[in-house]
Design a protein around this ligand. Structure first.
Ligand code: PHE
Length: 449
């Protein structure tokens, strides 16, 4: 292996980095309310099934392809190709992947900027700087732009530091802080009046909703988004794993942390909403559904924090701090996709690559900020609902059909003298070949048709 390439220094470091990528805004603001409005525990079950039966096998395809190639998605797909057409198509898929990762970051950075803004607004308000606090928490072009740039610079700084000294080091610091904060917040909120009702909404299944096409399509998009799949993030992180590591175990640990934190976030968000309702905050929309996503985070929860005076300030700081950390460990993995490509393809230094990628993505983000109503929702739908599952499909086809089976197995069992016929080894290659592509195609066709 080339000594120039970065590598994760430890197994723990890799798990924190990959779980950091996976655990993001999707887990904390998306999953709990989607669960609440889609049948509670019934949705949780569908989501868990999709996470383990579809997303985990695709995650394994990415990690294995990445470690095999010790390179980005374009290099990896070319390396397993057996003819020019496959290589050409692989390059195309790789380019779409890099573009999609950049597109996701361009909207993600806007939302993450809001998290930082709200996180600062509360202490500023408590210190008497009410104008600054209001500016930070009200929607405006200038605020959106400035905070997005702040967040992009933070992301760039970590990525420019390199794999071990930037990404791994910060993930190892931030992820434990995230987990501790999340658990502490949930435990506190569960003691408040109204929390039990929220818990019931989360945990009592409404099976009538489970077969709706929308629910399954949304759960698939959510599962792909949540595990950061399709766009080459996990592939490039896989390329930094040492050959000594057992990939199926590492992948399973990352998937477990991701799903575990999503489920845990449900124990915070839903009780918090019903605590807010108990204090007179409106938590339902006109159609009678629970308020979700941006309204939930930036209207309902702030109203709750406001009703609690000093305790509210502390809770708000902890909550928006938590969201900012979750966002940062994800955004660095998105930026790593174009950065690793520039470094590997043009032999640029990391700093130069990180700067150029940051400037381009910030420009895309600025275009969204300037045409918010038109572009924001559109970019999210195109990149996460369509592009990610389709790219995931392409990755399964490369891992399952293009890559020679014996070479694939050898990569998986790199450090073992003989290939043990474990359950995973027996089933997974067959599974990514037939089952994963079929699930993705059936869900997409059912939704579009
Ligand atoms: N998994 C991240 C989240 O849940 C989002 C993400 C998508 C990260 C694609 C990297 C690549 O917020």
């Amino acid at each position: 292996m080339s000594s120039q390439r970065g590598e994760f220094g430890s197994r723990f470091g890799f798990i924190m980095a990959a779980a950091g990528s996976a655990v993001g805004l999707g887990n904390i603001w998306g999953f709990p309310t989607q669960a609440a409005s889609n049948g509670g525990a019934a949705f949780v079950v569908v989501y868990l099934l999709l996470a383990f039966l579809l997303a985990y096998p695709v995650l394994m395809a990415e990690l294995t392809l990445g470690r095999h190639a010790h390179g980005n998605m374009i290099t990896a797909l070319a390396k397993v190709s057996r003819n020019g057409t496959q290589r050409g198509l692989g390059t195309l898929v790789g380019i779409v992947g890099i573009f999609t990762a950049s597109l996701i970051l361009s909207f993600y950075a806007i939302v993450s900027g809001w998290m930082i803004g709200f996180g600062l607004a509360y202490p500023l308000n408590a210190l008497g700087a009410t104008d600054a606090s209001t500016w930070l928490s009200e929607f405006s072009f200038n605020r959106n732009l400035l905070l997005m740039l702040v967040f992009m610079v933070l992301t760039m700084t970590v990525v420019a530091g390199g794999v071990e000294k930037g990404i791994e080091r910060w993930s190892k610091r931030l992820m434990p802080a995230l987990i501790v904060t999340l658990v502490a917040l949930a435990l506190y909120v569960l003691t408040l009046d109204g929390a039990a009702e929220g818990l019931a909404v989360y945990l009592v299944p409404d099976l009538s909703k489970i077969w709706s096409t929308d629910l399954i399509f949304n759960a698939m998009g959510a599962a792909f988004f949540s595990l950061s799949l399709g766009v080459g993030t996990m592939l490039i992180y896989g390329s930094y794993i040492s050959d000594e590591e057992h990939l199926p175990t590492l992948g399973a640990q990352v998937a477990l942390v991701d799903v575990g934190i999503a489920v845990l976030a449900g124990f915070l968000i839903l009780p918090a909403m019903y605590v807010a309702a108990d204090r007179g905050v409106m938590i339902f929309n006109e159609a009678g559904g629970l308020l979700s996503e941006d309204t939930l985070i930036f209207v309902v929860l702030p109203a709750l924090f406001d009703s609690m005076n000093e305790t509210g300030t502390v809770l708000a700081l902890a909550f928006f701090g938590l969201m900012s950390i979750a966002a940062l460990t994800s955004s660095i993995s998105m930026l790593e996709v174009p950065v690793s490509f520039l470094v590997e393809r043009f032999q640029w230094g990391r700093l130069q690559a990180a700067l150029v990628a940051t400037v381009i993505i910030s420009a895309m983000s600025t275009a969204i900020v300037a045409n918010f109503d038109l572009l924001f929702g559109l970019v999210i739908t195109v990149s996460t609902r369509y592009s990610q599952p389709l790219l995931g499909l392409a990755l399964c086809l490369y891992a399952g059909w293009v890559w020679r089976r014996d070479l694939l197995l050898k990569e998986l069992a790199k450090n073992e003298p003989v290939i043990e016929p474990t359950l995973f080894m027996k089933w997974w290659p067959w599974y990514v070949r037939f089952v994963c592509p079929t699930i993705v195609v059936v869900i997409l066709v059912r939704t579009i048709a």
